[in-house]
Design a protein around this ligand. Structure first.
Ligand code: HEM
Length: 580
């Protein structure tokens, strides 16, 4: 009887009922967890579709900077999401043992194998699993291991310099236009291939996107950035149950091209490992298939597998190898592009860096006067280079979105007096924090490598005025200012989930920039800002780029996925007369 009545009412009034449920859902979202007291766009408080669309439009960092400027240190970006810009917040959110876990934004980035999610070191949301995993592989990324990887970087860098000359300098020495971002992308992918497997993918040799790896990852980033704002959508698309089932039954092979490359390299080495505990044997006793002249990352992951077989399975070794390409290529390419972009846009900075490099060359401080290659040690003696790299990291950090974490169940005081309930998603955007004038000083939008030095003029002036003590205090103040800036750089993240490949990427950047500048003159043809409005709009981007090329205003800033912001340059490269 009652059921009949309910069915009748539903049938008669379903539009009104649906509308009430929808309005109820919006009201619930608005007041969820008491977050309605925080400012932000009204629509963002009602639905995550607001941030989905913002990221889909590809410049979320611009939105976040503007919102924090308007509303202050806390901005509501979604019904359950807060963005913080207060420097105090980073200690709480990313601090060790605070109990925060990565949000489902990262689950969207997990690949699937045979229908099952495959959490990587980067994408796992399980802190215990992460701790064990990181312990297994940590030593492979230590500063001391860097020396072992330098020869790999040298090989690729020498080839890169050679190919740059071959491809972009005409017979008569005339410069040809070069899509520098793409060229640097090829470099970063090949270096990671060489460090991981002692084998390059072959991007630089062939000057092409081998197996479509770069475009595959670009598409993937274009997918994960917006979908990560509403992770449930992933269940409708890439991780929909039907697709996963078909994959489990082997009817679909969703293997990514990078994973196929990793699998092939593992297959070359695994048979030998299975018969012998070879990975931990001294090199002289290893079977030939395992003898890599210098230990690469794969050999270290395989050694971890032999040392801790209960945890470090074949699957985890492969996951680790694949995530090197995922986490280490685009990020490094973006950062390298940023360094060159800002140098080319700031002629006095480029001139000062060239002067520093020339000076070092004249003093015979470089060991290689044949190819132009600069060693890591030599690069460490170039302070202006260091300042330029830091300033590029500050202005253009690779992670374009706040690094999301979930507040532990008991809730947490994120900044003094601001208690946030458990389950709320919180994060800090490097783009916002790096523009905090209280930390980085005035003119935060300007590329000013000088901000990374003690202001000698100020110190001298105080000395001249007879204040030795005062000058000493001023110098200490300046040193403290620089230390504070260093402590608030978020381009590599912070805390237990900080970038494990930081040292490797620094090795690449600090070597390539001076090596390239010793040998070539690079200039920017022109630049324009480009926003692609179509998701997966790689084709669309290309069209616009080609159009611009034909108009000969061919240089571009390419805004990629929200997570990673790609900076594109179409540059002119000229060979320098005489190696610096
Ligand atoms: C300039 C280049 C790079 C930048 C800007 C960068 C940035 C980052 C950031 C921001 C995170 C933390 C993400 C978060 O907390 O949400 C991260 C994590 C990670 N990065 Fe990098 N990265 C770079 C290069 C590399 C390289 C070269 C590798 C590998 C060889 C690598 C491997 C990883 C891995 C495995 C993680 C996860 C670490 C963990 O959760 O324990 N990265 N990276």
């Amino acid at each position: 009887m009652i059921t009949d009545v309910i069915i009748r009412v539903l049938a008669q009034h379903w539009p009104a009922i649906l509308l009430s449920v929808f309005v109820g859902w919006l009201v619930r979202n608005r007041y969820h967890n008491g977050l309605n007291k925080y400012p932000g766009p009204f629509l963002a408080s009602l639905t995550d579709w607001w941030r989905f669309i913002d990221v889909y439009k590809r410049r979320p960092e611009v939105t976040h900077i503007a919102l924090h400027k308007k509303h202050g240190p806390i901005v509501r970006l979604g019904p359950n999401t807060l963005s913080f810009s207060d420097p105090e917040a980073i200690k709480t959110i990313y601090g060790l043992n605070k109990g925060f876990v990565k949000s489902d934004f990262y689950v969207v980035q997990q690949s699937t194998v045979k229908g099952h999610n495959l959490p990587s070191l980067f994408s796992t949301t399980d802190n215990d699993f992460h701790m064990q995993f990181r312990r297994c592989v940590n030593s492979a990324f230590a500063m001391s291991a860097l020396v072992q990887y330098e020869p790999f970087v040298d090989n690729t860098t020498k080839l890169f310099l050679k190919q740059t000359e071959k491809l972009y300098i005409g017979e008569d020495g005339e410069a040809k236009a070069c899509d520098f971002t793409r060229w640097l992308q090829f470099y970063a992918f090949d270096v990671i291939g060489e460090i991981t497997y002692s084998k390059r993918h072959g991007f630089i040799e062939h000057n092409e996107d081998i197996d479509g790896i770069v475009s595959y990852l670009t598409k993937l980033f274009n997918y994960v950035a917006p979908i990560g704002q509403i992770p449930l959508l992933d269940r409708l698309f890439l991780k929909n149950p039907l697709y996963l089932k078909l994959s489990q039954w082997g009817l679909i092979d969703g293997t990514m091209p990078v994973a196929a490359f990793a699998r092939a390299r593992m297959a070359e080495r695994l048979p030998a490992l299975q018969t012998e505990k070879a990975a931990i044997l001294p090199t002289s006793e290893k079977p030939a298939s395992l003898k890599v002249a210098t230990p690469d990352l794969l050999s270290k992951f395989l050694a971890a597998r032999t040392a801790r077989p209960q945890f470090m399975t074949d699957t985890l070794v492969q996951t680790m190898a694949v995530s090197m390409a995922f986490a280490g290529s685009e990020t490094t390419a973006i950062s390298l592009s940023a360094v060159f972009y800002y140098l080319l846009r700031t002629p006095h900075a480029l001139a000062r860096l060239r002067q520093e490099i020339d000076e070092a060359a004249r003093q015979g401080r470089f060991s290689d006067y044949e190819t132009g290659l600069v060693t890591w040690q030599e690069a460490q003696t170039l302070p202006y280079l260091d300042a330029c790299v830091k300033e590029a990291f500050r202005l253009h950090p690779a992670p374009g979105l706040p690094m999301e974490r979930i507040v532990p169940p008991q809730g947490m005081e994120i900044t003094p007096g601001v208690f946030v309930k458990g389950g709320t998603i919180v994060g800090v955007s490097a783009w916002v924090l790096h523009r905090d004038e209280s930390i980085f000083g005035p003119e935060v939008e300007e590329f000013k490598p000088e901000r990374w030095f003690v202001d000698e003029e100020v110190v001298k002036k105080v000395e001249v005025e007879g204040g030795d003590e005062e000058a000493k205090r001023k110098r200490e103040e300046e040193e403290k200012r620089i230390k504070t800036m260093n402590g608030h750089m978020l381009q590599f993240g912070m805390g237990s989930r900080t970038c494990i490949g930081k040292n490797i990427s620094l090795l690449e950047i600090y070597k390539l920039v001076p090596s390239l500048l010793r040998r070539f003159e690079v200039s920017l043809l022109s630049s324009f800002s480009f926003q692609c409005l179509v998701v997966g709009g790689f084709g669309n981007w290309k069209e616009v780029a080609n159009e611009k090329k034909q108009n000969r205003s061919n240089s571009m800033i390419r805004a990629e996925s929200g997570r990673l912001l790609m900076l594109g340059l179409l540059s002119r490269i000229t060979l320098l007369r005489g190696l610096r």
